[in-house]
Ligand binder design. Structure first.
Ligand SMILES: [Zn+2]
Length: 126
């Protein structure tokens, strides 16, 4: 039951985050689509954790903070908000980079996880 309650709280937190972020169409009216390819790594013998693609359209919530996938990481994650905001500001279509997780985790050193990302943005009428 405790677990279920925690899950409900996390869902509610996610919903509030989404509402606060607003829709892609509200934040970035010139954007018609955003695709973010991400490769997740962790500090381990086999570092590749997973590969993930996020597709966003104008009616998607403009929430670009990705969770850290390492178990026990608290307040970590990868915030792509500044990346997307900068790309839109400059009318840039593609951007590659990497982000380290700065979350805290007792048993692991800092920068225990990172992602490589490639963001592709399509603009309306182009
Ligand atoms: Zn982390």
């Amino acid at each position: 039951m405790v677990h279920r309650h925690k899950h409900a709280l996390q869902m509610e937190e996610k919903r509030l985050n989404n509402v606060a972020a607003g829709l892609v169409s509200e934040r970035f009216p010139t954007v018609s689509a955003i695709v973010i390819h991400m490769t997740y790594y962790r500090k381990a013998v086999i570092p590749l954790l997973m590969v993930r693609t996020v597709n966003m359209i104008p009616t998607t919530y403009a929430y670009f903070k990705m969770d850290c996938m390492v178990k026990g990481c608290s307040k970590g994650g990868f915030d792509l908000t500044p990346v997307v905001a900068n790309m839109v500001k400059n009318g840039k279509k593609t951007c590659k980079g990497s982000i380290k997780c700065h979350g805290e985790i007792d048993t692991l050193p800092a920068s225990h996880a990172s992602i490589d990302y490639e963001a592709v943005i399509e603009y309306q009428g182009i």
